[in-house]
Design a protein around this ligand. Structure first.
Ligand SMILES: Cc1cc2nc3c(=O)[nH]c(=O)nc-3n(C[C@H](O)[C@H](O)[C@H](O)COP(=O)(O)OP(=O)(O)OC[C@H]3O[C@@H](n4cnc5c(N)ncnc54)[C@H](O)[C@@H]3O)c2cc1C
Length: 388
């Protein structure tokens, strides 16, 4: 691992820093779990894309800058360091986008990637079903082939921001009678298609952050399938790897939250120091965020040399989700009982930021594959332990 930056990388960092200083909205955008906030974020991400900064790693022809993973880490450090808005199109750009680059046809890439980079299309993930959460191979939603179309029926659930998104991607059983991970196809479905019904689900923060999606004889063109018919599981596993691994949660996100935690501790030092454990917890959160960043550089160095990370992405998922919990729990401990003030309370101020983050952090060990499942993967595939 070489931790020095090249002149070109430093120039890139300075360019991004300047652009963000000139363009990050001064006023906080509304929550992207509301229709109004979702559209504000879309507009912001469109602006990012006009500077070719929405997906810096993608090739130029798809709206990116052809950056490597080190430059992506640099971009993320600057993005979070500038306190720029959370990005709402990451499910599309980071997960489906990466999947399309690896498995999509040339026509799919040319059509979908530039629209995704520009946030013309916003994407939701549609994997989970009422009986297929951790056990994703239990998917029962069907896609029956009729000529150039699939007729899709079934139900998906917990689909983040599907209430506001334009498209969803997920797995559907396309081979009648097939079992488990066989006979599934990976499809992209427009959410305004006839036969699609979206029913919002409220998250812990009280907003319509998720939705159930019902498919009732929805016609999906075969050209919207990624990968071979019946071989969607392999494609989906690559998407899941992007989610658990580096891409969805870059270390810069946690470094920035840890920096804010240190500031919070300093501004409440007199009361926080009544419990010496708090100072220790703050130091640990800060150091763990730095350690995660260093481990990410190590991983990037290995990927740049052509190595693969495979099941190790499960370790990553556990690290970032537990770190997020620890940072927010420590902030709540610093703020004491007042940490529970809702954003609408006159005295809430910065507390609302921490409460919102604390509530969302509870979900980290669940989404992107529950941590218990990640521990199973580590035990079986990395440590070679028996299944039972
Ligand atoms: C904030 C958030 C966003 C989400 N966004 C999306 C989205 O956009 N699209 C989407 O499709 N889904 C989404 N999900 C759903 C998420 O993927 C599922 O909640 C997750 O996969 C767990 O499935 P489940 O809820 O059905 O729980 P279950 O699978 O029923 O698990 C319940 C508990 O049992 C444990 N468990 C289950 N099986 C095992 C096992 N074999 N060994 C040990 N423990 C086990 C689990 O770890 C968990 O603690 C989201 C969830 C959250 C919280």
């Amino acid at each position: 691992m070489n931790l020095t930056y090249s002149t070109e990388q430093q120039r890139f960092r300075m360019e991004v820093r300047q652009w963000l200083a000139d363009n990050v909205p001064r006023q906080k955008l509304a929550s992207y779990d509301t229709k109004e906030g979702f559209e504000q974020h879309r507009a912001w991400e469109r602006k990012l894309s006009e500077a070719r900064l929405s997906m810096v790693m993608w090739p130029q022809e798809f709206g990116g800058r052809g950056c490597d993973l080190t430059e992506w880490l640099i971009f993320e450090e600057e993005y979070y360091g500038a306190d720029a808005p959370m990005r709402v199109n990451q499910n599309g750009q980071l997960l489906l986008g990466s999947t399309l680059l690896d498995f999509g046809t040339e026509q799919q890439k040319a059509h979908f990637l530039p629209r995704m980079a520009a946030s013309d299309d916003m994407w939701a993930q549609a994997w989970s079903e009422p009986n297929a959460g951790s056990d994703m191979a239990n998917i029962s939603s069907k896609a029956v082939r009729e000529g150039d179309f699939y007729i899709v029926n079934g139900q998906k659930t917990w689909s983040t921001r599907a209430t506001f998104a334009d498209w969803a991607f997920g797995l559907f059983r396309s081979e009648p009678g097939s079992k488990r991970h066989h006979g599934l196809s990976f499809l992209m479905v427009p959410l305004d298609a006839e036969g699609v019904t979206i029913r919002p689900i409220k998250a812990l923060n009280g907003k319509d952050a998720f939705a159930e999606i019902f498919f009732d004889n929805v016609k999906v063109p075969v050209k919207h399938r990624i990968g071979d018919e019946g071989k969607g599981w392999q494609v989906a596993m690559a998407t899941a790897g992007f989610e658990r691994g580096l891409l969805l949660r870059s270390p810069a996100r946690f470094q920035q939250t840890a920096r804010k935690l240190v500031q919070l501790y300093r501004s409440h030092k007199a009361s926080a120091d009544r419990n010496p454990a708090i100072g220790v917890a703050v130091s640990k959160c800060w150091s763990d965020a730095q350690a995660y960043a260093l481990s990410a550089y190590n991983t990037v160095g290995r990927l740049n040399r052509g190595e693969k990370i495979g099941a190790e992405s499960s370790i990553n998922k556990i690290i970032w989700s537990e770190l997020d919990l620890a940072i927010h729990q420590t902030a709540m401990d610093i703020l004491g009982a007042s940490s529970e003030l809702l954003a609408s309370a006159p005295l809430a101020t910065e507390r609302a930021y921490w409460l919102e983050g604390f509530l969302f952090a509870q979900a980290g060990p669940i989404y992107a594959g529950a941590n218990e499942i990640q521990r199973n993967i580590i035990a079986e595939r990395m440590l070679g332990l028996p299944k039972s």
